[in-house]
Design a binder for this molecule. Structure first.
Ligand SMILES: *[C@@H]1O[C@H](CO)[C@@H](O)[C@H](O)[C@H]1NC(C)=O
Ligand SMILES: *[C@@H]1O[C@H](CO)[C@@H](O)[C@H](O)[C@H]1NC(C)=O
Length: 438
């Protein structure tokens, strides 16, 4: 709680509660916000890099990193540094392992033994994230892992449960939700793809509910929350080149769904802290990029981290915090989705699902008039105290500029540097430019 108060003070948010739109007392158990962290992007990290990330995440309402570990032999050394740094900081920020089963081998019984090497060393570490008193363990995928037993059910029972020291196991298997209920070796489920709409629609709670209804109210649910998705690797590299639809203030919509379903959600997992390759990072651009520089450099996303903190507080306490400072958050693509480009990697799949629009959200201490423009595209409107959303079509080359007027006085002027829309994309860059007023 102490950390939450500090966080709110730093963000200019107060603890006096505004009217809460949801039921606060429906469940007594504590809620956590964690962030998926790609250890694979930390090759050059020193302990001071870890210290920066831990302090920053902690100041934005994040309780723990889910350390996504893959097969590179150097990754366990970085994990060791992360735990050691957290200990030395004397923070109650926590860490847990998320086994990336698209990378770690899982075909033999030996692999089941080797798997334990990733998480057993931290069982009793003071910064190990625990749930119900047990060390928490998660995965990315793993539904294809048999560990030499012939089935993934027997395989995971062998690797995680049968006679092993206990862990609280919450994998993100990409399985039909109807099978989740029968997995007696899991203590909960993490529905990774719930974080975005999988089609040309807004995000919804429908698929979350399919998973939750299989858990019988006894096992816990971890929901995914993500601001964006764009990846652009050609056939000569990872051959991953698509977007998910993140229009209509997707990040805000998803957080609202998770907050409104906190009665059935124990953990919200931000996807991600630093996955640059898929453009859904909310932390600083830092470490080693997976050859994503061409769509990531210059696209800092930390404005989303601040917006996320507002929802993290609501998710954890049951109340949206009182807003003590006006803030404007703006994001969107810098190029028309349909514009041609000399890029050697083609336009990403699903590109026709997105519109050329600037998405905005605002935290207002009191009623105010917003004026926002980009070239000939202009909006002037009055909004009430609290969080409001607005949008502005982007058509011709332009630069974004916004101001807030209250009692005939300009109280905020915001012309974010670099937020310029251009009709001539140098490449098919569908990453989001993100800007937040101070
Ligand atoms: C998404 O939600 C917004 C309102 O938040 C609505 O205006 C829009 O029509 C929806 N779009 C789709 C594709 O459902
Ligand atoms: C949780 O809250 C949602 C949204 O308010 C409601 O529809 C649902 O019935 C609640 N579920 C439980 C188990 O309380």
């Amino acid at each position: 709680m102490h950390h939450l108060l500090l966080l709110l003070a730093l963000l200019g948010l107060g603890v006096a509660a505004q009217q809460s739109p949801f039921d606060v007392v429906s469940s007594g158990s504590q809620r956590y916000v964690v962030a998926h962290f790609m250890v694979g992007n930390t090759y050059p990290y020193t302990t001071s890099d870890w210290a920066q990330d831990i302090s920053l995440a902690s100041s934005k309402g994040i309780d723990a990193f889910a350390l996504n570990v893959g097969r590179d032999p150097w990754q366990p050394d970085r994990i060791k540094d992360a735990y050691e740094t957290a200990r030395q900081l004397g923070t109650n920020f926590q860490l847990f392992i998320s086994l990336d089963m698209t990378s770690i081998p899982c075909a033999t019984r030996d692999h089941a033994e080797q798997l334990r090497y990733y998480f057993e060393p931290y069982r009793n570490h003071p910064n190990q994230f625990k749930y119900n008193g047990l060390p928490f363990l998660s995965t990315f995928a793993g539904e294809g892992c048999s560990f030499g037993t012939g089935s993934y059910k027997d395989g995971w029972s062998l690797a995680i449960k049968d006679g092993r020291p206990p862990v609280y196991f919450v994998p993100s298997f990409f399985l039909d939700p109807g099978t989740i209920g029968s997995l007696n070796f899991v203590d909960g489920t993490f529905h990774w793809n719930g974080a975005w709409p999988m089609k040309n629609t807004n995000v919804s709670w429908v698929s979350d509910n399919e998973y939750i209804s299989q858990l019988g109210g006894k096992r816990m649910y971890m929901a995914g929350v993500s601001p964006w998705f764009f990846t652009h690797y050609g056939p000569d590299t990872w051959n991953k080149n698509w977007i998910y639809r993140c229009d209509d203030w997707h990040f805000v919509q998803r957080w609202e769904l998770v907050v409104n379903h906190r009665n059935v959600t124990q953990i919200a997992q931000l996807i991600t802290w630093n996955d640059y390759g898929e453009s859904h990072y909310v932390g600083p651009i830092h470490g080693a990029q997976p050859n994503s520089q061409s769509w990531v450099d210059g696209f800092d996303h930390q404005g989303w981290l601040d917006l996320s903190a507002y929802y993290a507080a609501a998710f954890k306490t049951g109340y949206y915090p009182l807003i003590r400072r006006d803030r404007i958050f703006l994001w969107g693509r810098l190029y028309p989705a349909a514009a041609g480009s000399p890029d050697r990697v083609p336009r990403p799949a699903n590109w026709e699902w997105t519109q050329d629009v600037l998405w905005g959200a605002m935290l207002l201490t009191d009623d105010a008039q917003l004026k926002i423009s980009c070239g000939a595209s202009k909006l002037t409107a009055t909004y009430p105290a609290g969080l409001s959303k607005f949008q502005l079509p982007l058509v011709d080359a332009c630069s974004v500029s916004a101001s807030l007027v209250r009692n005939n006085q300009v109280v905020l002027n915001f012309s974010p540097q670099g937020f310029s829309f251009s009709t001539r994309p140098p490449m098919y860059n569908f990453n989001s430019f993100v800007a937040a007023s101070p």
